[in-house]
Design a protein around this ligand. Structure first.
Ligand code: FAD
Length: 252
C-alpha cells in the first residue's frame, strides 16, 4: 500500500459508507447538542477517510499512518486532556462518542487512538512532571508523535502481579530490563510508557523514547484481527538511558 493507492481509494469509494446511526436505547436524548455535533464530525471523517481504505488496509495488514495528522486535527488523541497540553478538555462522554464512531470504522484504528489517548497521554497527564507533560502531550495530541503502552509480557500476559520487567535507578539514569509483547502502535511509536517493577516490587511507568539504547520494536505479523493496526514485541534487553530519574518515572 502506498500514498497513491490510498488516494485512489479515497477518490473512488468516498460515498459508499451511508451509515446514519441508530439509537435503540434512546441514548441521544441524554446528549447535548455539542456531543451530537462532535459525533457527527467524527462520523463524517470515518465515512470519508477511513471507510474507503480500511478493507484494503486490513487485507494487506497496512497501518495507515497517513491518517495520524488528520486524527490529531479532529481531536481524537486525548480529547479529555486540558487545552494547555494540547487536548480540548472534553468530557468523557465526548471521548466515548468519538471512539464509538472510530470503532465503527475499524477497531484497529480505534485502538491506535485510544492507546494514544487513554494509555499513553492519560498516565503522563496524571503522573508525569510538568516538564514531561509539556514535552510529550502536545505532540501526541496532534499525532506528530505516536505512543505505545507496554504492560503485556510473554510469560505473564497482562497480569501485573507476575510481571518480570524491572528497573533500578543509577545516578541520572533509569536502567530498565524486560520484555513486552502485543504492543499496539509500537512499530511506529516515538515513545512508550513501559510498566515495570521497582526494586521494592512496585509497578511504575517509565517513559522510553525511540532511539534509547536497548529498545527495539520488531513487528508482529499475520494477526487474525486488528489487522490495520501495527503491533510489536518490545524486548528491552540493555541499559535504557533516560533523563534524570526523578523526571522520568511516570507513575506510582
Ligand atoms: C492486537 C492486540 C493488541 C494489543 N495491544 C496491547 C497494548 O497496546 N499494550 C499491552 O500492554 N497489551 C496489549 N495487548 C495484550 C492484551 O491486552 C492481552 O492479551 C489481554 O489483556 C489478555 O491478557 P492475557 O494475554 O494475559 O490473557 P489472560 O488474561 O491470561 O486471558 C486468557 C484467557 O483466560 C481467561 N481468564 C483469565 N483469567 C481468568 C480467570 N481468573 N478465570 C477464568 N478465566 C480467565 C480469559 O478470559 C482469556 O480467555 C494486545 C493484544 C492484542 C491481541
Amino acid at each position: 500500500m502506498n500514498r497513491s493507492k490510498l488516494e485512489e481509494l479515497w477518490q473512488s469509494q468516498s460515498s459508499r459508507d451511508t451509515f446514519q446511526g441508530c439509537d435503540f436505547y434512546e441514548i441521544d436524548d441524554l446528549l447535548t447538542q455539542e456531543h451530537k455535533q462532535i459525533r457527527e464530525s467524527v462520523r463524517g471523517w470515518v465515512k470519508q477517510r477511513l471507510s474507503p481504505i480500511i478493507n484494503e488496509c486490513a487485507q494487506e495488514s497496512y497501518f495507515p499512518k497517513e491518517l495520524l495528522p488528520e486524527m490529531g486535527d479532529l481531536g481524537l488523541f486525548g480529547p479529555h486532556v486540558p487545552r494547555q497540553y494540547g487536548g480540548s478538555g472534553a468530557d468523557y462522554i465526548t471521548y466515548g462518542l468519538m471512539m464509538q464512531e472510530v470503532e465503527r470504522g475499524d477497531s484497529g484504528i480505534r485502538s491506535t487512538a485510544s492507546v494514544q489517548g487513554s494509555l499513553v497521554m492519560h498516565p503522563i497527564y496524571l503522573f508525569g512532571s510538568e516538564e514531561q507533560k509539556l514535552k510529550y502531550l502536545p505532540k501526541l495530541a496532534t499525532g506528530e508523535w505516536l505512543g505505545a503502552f507496554g504492560l503485556t509480557e510473554p510469560d505473564h500476559g497482562s497480569n501485573p502481579n507476575g510481571m518480570l520487567s524491572h528497573f533500578t535507578e543509577d545516578g541520572d539514569y533509569i536502567v530498565l530490563n524486560g520484555s513486552k509483547t502485543w504492543i499496539s502502535n509500537a512499530p511506529f511509536a516515538d515513545i512508550a510508557v513501559v510498566w515495570a517493577k521497582n526494586p521494592q516490587g512496585k509497578v511504575q511507568g517509565v517513559i522510553v523514547e525511540r532511539g534509547m539504547e536497548g529498545f527495539s520494536t520488531p513487528e508482529i505479523h499475520n494477526k487474525w484481527s486488528l489487522r490495520a493496526s501495527a503491533t510489536a514485541r518490545c524486548p528491552i534487553r540493555r541499559r535504557q538511558s533516560t533523563r534524570p530519574a526523578n523526571g522520568t518515572r511516570v507513575s506510582g
